[in-house]
Structures are given as structure tokens and as C-alpha cells.
Write a protein that binds this ligand. Structure first.
Ligand code: ADP
Ligand code: ADP
Length: 237
């Protein structure tokens, strides 16, 4: 089932940079799609457009119901259902993993409110998410004493507590070593399979794309230059 379509979308930034030429593609439930391309190819722009953080200059983002995402209300609901994961996860270093997740979940920004202020259900969900990324035992550890890979996994756990219907990850492994990168990509793939949601990940490494993608969309200078399963890429070469 395709749940999100990009329909003839074009993005030109205010300074005149054309980041995405007329682009059309669909994303499916339960499928990991990797946006693969060098820096400047338009990967971030496409990801941000999927969340309407960047407005298309032309074309539309269309939901599974065939509805164009246009009104403020539709966009708000879409964003609520969409989790974003970034290269830099912006955790508050001196707070525990659990606290970072709870604060994001509730949109509470008071660093000082105690854990007692959160309900059992909220804490349960946060701990369950930490288990899914293999960090249950680090729940009460300060984030600045976790490794880069562990921090990224806290970032994913935080995204999971949003109970998203779509996950967008912008270069989530760009600053990680290969072992941590594998771990992060495996988690994203498992979530995609288990929760049956589309996971769209931008990467610049072909080997990770081949290892974890169900489908690779190759981007170069704002154009889709390839769209297919990793095996098709091998056959073409
Ligand atoms: P990435 O390659 O991971 O997308 P960049 O370093 O290219 O990251 O961009 C980082 C931020 O700077 C992004 O928010 C992007 O929108 C912005 N940016 C990138 N290129 C330009 C540019 N030419 N003018 C203005 N902002 C830019
Ligand atoms: P990637 O994620 O593949 O590195 P981006 O989508 O970040 O590519 O960038 C695509 C092109 O758009 C690049 O030329 C970049 O410099 C430019 N760009 C990105 N963000 C902005 C921005 N906010 N303003 C102007 N140009 C931008």
C-alpha cells in the first residue's frame, strides 16, 4: 500500500537554488526506502518536503487517501504522525535518556520538573521504546556519557514514543562508526517491518543502502536518477 506520494514536486529556494526538479515517487508501508546521493543532491530537501517543512514550489504531497496535503490542519495532523530523526539528535546532555524522551513526548521544556510529574503510562511507553533500541539499561544514564551511536538510538527511541505512521531519517549514520551504523540501520529496518510503516532514510554510503534498503532512490543534482530495489542496481552495473 502506498501511503505517501510525491507528485511532480519541484523545490526552488528563495535564493534561486533549484534543489529538486520535477520529482514523482511513492512510498510504501513496511518498506525501507533509502534516498542515496552525494552531498547537495537534494536528499534533505526531499525529506523536508515530505513533512512540509519545506514548501514545494510546484507539485503536491499526496496522502494514501488521495488527498493533497495543503491546509494547515492537514499538515498539522501529518506532522504529528511523522517522526524525524537527524544526524545531530539534539539531546540535552546533562539529562537522562528517559528524561529526554519524556520531555519531547510531552513538549515540556522545564528541565527541572521531576520524573514524578510524568504518568506511569508515559514512563512505560518511554521505557518500552528504550528497550526496542537496546538501551533499557541506560534509561537513567546522562546522555552526555553515552556514545554517539547510543545517543542516536535514544533519538530513535524518542521518535518511537511519538507512535509515528511515517519515519524520516536524515543522514542518521553520517557521524557513526560502521558497527554503530549497522545497529542503527537494523533498528530502523525492524521498526519498519514490525510497525508496518514507511521508513525513509537519506544516506550517502552505497554499501549501507544496499544492505538495508528495500528500495533505493538515487538522487543527483535534484533529479531521481534511479528508483528500484538494490538488486536492480547490481544488475545494471
Ligand atoms: P546536508 O548536506 O546534510 O543537507 P548542508 O550542510 O548542505 O546539510 O545544509 C545544512 C543546512 O544549511 C540545511 O538546513 C540547509 O537547508 C541549509 N543550506 C544548505 N545549503 C544552503 C545554501 N546554499 N543557502 C542557504 N542555506 C543552505
Ligand atoms: P543533500 O541533502 O543531498 O545534501 P540538500 O537538499 O541539502 O542536499 O541540498 C540540495 C541543494 O539545495 C544544494 O545545492 C544546497 O546547497 C541547496 N540548499 C539546501 N537548502 C537550502 C536553502 N535553505 N537555501 C538555499 N539553498 C539550499
Amino acid at each position: 500500500r502506498d501511503i505517501l506520494s510525491v507528485d511532480d514536486v519541484e523545490v526552488v529556494y528563495p535564493n534561486g537554488t533549484r534543489a529538486l526538479n520535477k520529482t514523482t515517487c511513492q512510498f510504501m508501508d513496511g518498506e525501507v526506502t533509502v534516498l542515496l546521493g552525494p552531498s547537495g543532491a537534494g536528499k534533505s530537501t526531499l525529506l523536508r518536503t515530505l513533512n512540509l517543512l519545506t514548501q514545494p514550489s510546484a507539485g503536491h504531497i499526496v496522502t494514501s487517501a488521495g488527498q493533497q496535503l495543503k491546509s494547515r490542519r492537514d499538515i498539522r495532523f501529518h506532522r504529528r504522525d511523522t517522526a524525524m530523526i537527524f544526524q545531530q539528535h539534539q539531546l540535552i546532555g546533562r539529562l537522562s535518556a528517559l528524561r529526554n524522551i519524556l520531555m519531547a513526548r510531552l513538549g515540556r521544556h522545564s528541565v527541572w520538573s521531576s520524573l514524578a510529574g510524568f504518568s506511569r503510562a508515559e514512563k512505560h511507553l518511554a521505557l518500552e521504546s528504550l528497550s526496542r533500541v537496546g538501551l533499557f539499561d541506560k534509561a537513567l544514564t546522562r546522555c552526555d556519557s553515552l556514545s554517539g551511536g547510543q545517543q542516536q538510538r535514544v533519538g530513535i527511541a524518542r521518535a518511537l514514543t511519538q507512535e509515528p505512521k511515517l519515519i524520516l531519517a536524515d543522514e542518521p549514520i553520517a557521524s557513526l562508526d560502521p558497527a554503530s551504523s549497522d545497529r542503527v540501520m537494523k533498528i530502523l529496518r525492524d521498526v519498519c517491518r514490525e510497525d508496518r510503516i514507511p521508513v525513509i532514510v537519506s544516506l550517502h554510503q552505497l554499501d549501507f543502502a544496499k544492505a538495508y534498503a528495500d528500495r533505493i532512490i538515487g538522487l543527483c543534482d535534484g533529479d531521481i536518477v534511479f528508483d528500484g530495489p538494490p538488486s536492480a542496481l547490481d544488475n545494471a552495473a
